[in-house]
Design a protein around this ligand. Structure first.
Ligand SMILES: Cc1cc2nc3c(=O)[nH]c(=O)nc-3n(C[C@H](O)[C@H](O)[C@H](O)COP(=O)(O)OP(=O)(O)OC[C@H]3O[C@@H](n4cnc5c(N)ncnc54)[C@H](O)[C@@H]3O)c2cc1C
Length: 487
């Protein structure tokens, strides 16, 4: 393990035992499948630091494949636009960044392995769910170069927290003590070396110079789901994320504690989760902006508790289990009671097609689902209700779990995330017990939409979603099985 500076060391873990190749190598490869930002990116900083020490420039790389679960125009669009932005940002930092996008007539196998052959070491980002988790592990096992994973997604590096934090209060305390240290760490290290400009084993996409039409053309050539509409409300670039953060902190953070639960009030929440999920912005940048805001301590606390306690707790939990996306992560007592009621008659069984398109008898649920379908985002206060309803509309609790994960992961920009499966556990009974046992739910508390419907503007908001243009997307005949984190 190389020596890392104090600003980086806690974030880095070695994924194999191969030493750094400081002689026969051309660059330090920084492979970033998920952290799509050039700035405030500890993986890039680790690569720069190592490169400076051994005299090698940094090469940043992201390859986009067609075969990741739920690959669609919606997700590819976000990925490629954010990658363009990252490539431009790396250029400003004096670092070379290259991309490759698999598509008809232009497919490459094992590019990252081929790039690694010339590398002194490979630095990648550290994620506990979805393809990133098994991909990094499999790569490190097969690669004959040193591979390091860097914690880019969390303010407090998860590995610095003690084992056995089983409640949010315990996590809040442990993480809270460490936050000031990681908030004070330096970022955006300067490279001492000229930009790496030798030929590579492939022709990159040149995304930094690509127009929106060029990117649309690339996506059209990919063998992915083309039926899912793009998310116009979430332009995939860092400037938008930073502008939203600034606007939210300046004008809306003060009222966050009492506006955050109204789905009709779009500005009441920060709308940053898609940007966080794809790493376009990181928690350190957001925390710094919130800390300096001129608002009450309570408003800051409430917001940072979502960002630094709930979000980072779900990341922590995901590392504790090999398959965070499976039904059996639900606490045993909740599984037992749900399974004891698996044969209870359901009021109605909705087809996957009706669920995807938000066509049920429940106006609130339909509005929530259509918000996801159209915009790629669903307001926080709708999500718990949305998930609970699926339990009674599917034939058994395992099908309910897989259906809810499928809808969340396929449609939401922020899906396929530790927060997806962590919150889903809450839906399926990780929270408190109901005050009485009920059909279908057993001791898992169901949820009413009363509180959602009585908020200011809710009636108009629901009516608007009920009459909105219908989007029609492709729906598979069955639910995909175990797509994600199987190792
Ligand atoms: C059933 C269900 C599914 C969910 N699926 C996802 C998901 O796939 N991806 C996702 O990022 N969040 C998920 N959440 C959590 C939460 O709903 C979203 O993070 C939030 O709505 C994002 O909107 P925002 O950025 O405007 O949030 P804000 O209210 O502005 O909060 C700021 C940030 O704090 C974090 N945060 C707040 N609440 C939570 C929470 N309960 N859990 C984790 N992080 C939180 C998020 O990163 C969020 O972006 C889910 C919640 C439920 C109940």
């Amino acid at each position: 393990m190389p020596e890392w500076s104090a600003d980086i060391a806690d974030r880095v873990r070695a994924l194999n035992n191969v030493p750094v190749e400081d002689k026969n190598s051309a660059y330090v490869l920084c492979w970033l499948p998920q952290t799509l930002r050039a700035w405030d990116n500890p993986a890039i900083d680790a690569a720069v630091e190592l490169g400076n020490r051994i005299g090698r420039p940094v090469l940043v790389y992201l390859g986009v494949r067609e075969d990741y679960p739920y690959a669609s125009d919606r997700l590819h669009h976000f990925l490629l636009h954010a990658s363009r932005d990252m490539q431009q940002g790396c250029g400003e930092r004096g670092l070379r960044c290259v991309n490759f996008v698999d598509r008809a007539g232009r497919r490459e196998k094992g590019l990252v392995y081929r790039l690694a052959e010339q590398a002194a070491a490979v630095i990648t980002d550290d994620h506990p769910v979805f393809v990133a988790r098994r991909q990094a592990r499999a790569f490190a096992d097969r690669c004959n170069r040193a591979v390091f994973a860097v914690d880019t997604a969390r303010l407090v590096p998860t590995r610095m927290l003690p084992d056995g934090l089983t409640t949010t209060p315990a996590f809040r305390r442990a993480s809270g003590e460490l936050r000031p240290t990681y908030e004070s760490h330096a970022a955006d290290f300067d490279s001492d070396l000229p930009v790496y400009d030798d030929d590579l084993c492939f022709d990159g996409e040149g995304l930094a110079e690509a127009s929106d039409d060029d990117i649309a053309g690339i996506i059209a050539g990919c063998d992915i789901d083309h039926s899912l509409p793009l998310c116009a409300d979430f332009p995939p670039n860092r400037a938008t994320a930073l502008a939203r953060l600034d606007d939210f902190v300046t004008d809306h953070l003060a009222s966050y504690p009492y506006r955050r639960n109204n789905a009709a009030d779009e500005a009441g929440v920060s709308n940053l989760s898609p940007y966080l999920h794809f790493g376009v912005i990181g928690p350190r940048t957001i925390t710094a902006a919130v800390r300096t805001a001129e608002v009450t301590a309570n408003a800051k606390w409430k917001y940072l508790d979502g960002l630094l306690t709930w979000r980072e707790y779900f990341h922590y939990l995901a590392y504790q289990t090999p398959h965070p996306d499976r039904f059996d992560v639900i606490p045993q007592a909740a599984q037992t009671t749900l399974l004891a009621h698996a044969d209870d008659p359901r009021p109605v069984l909705h087809s996957l097609d009706d669920l995807v398109h938000g066509r049920t008898e429940d106006e609130t649920w339909n509005a929530a689902q259509r918000q996801w379908l159209h915009t790629g985002y669903m307001h926080n206060n709708l999500r718990m209700y949305w998930g609970k309803q699926i339990i009674k509309w599917t034939r058994d609790p395992q099908t309910a779990w897989r259906t809810a994960c499928y809808l969340n992961d396929r449609l939401a920009l922020d899906g396929r995330d530790p927060a997806t499966y962590g919150n889903m556990q809450w839906v399926f009974g990780a929270s408190k017990k109901a005050y009485r046992e009920q059909p279908i739910y057993g001791w898992v508390p169901p949820k009413s939409d009363r509180a959602i419907r009585k908020r200011a503007g809710a009636t108009e908001w629901l009516a608007a979603w009920a009459t909105r243009d219908k989007v029609r997307v492709d729906v598979p005949t069955g639910l995909p099985h175990d797509l994600l984190t199987s190792e």
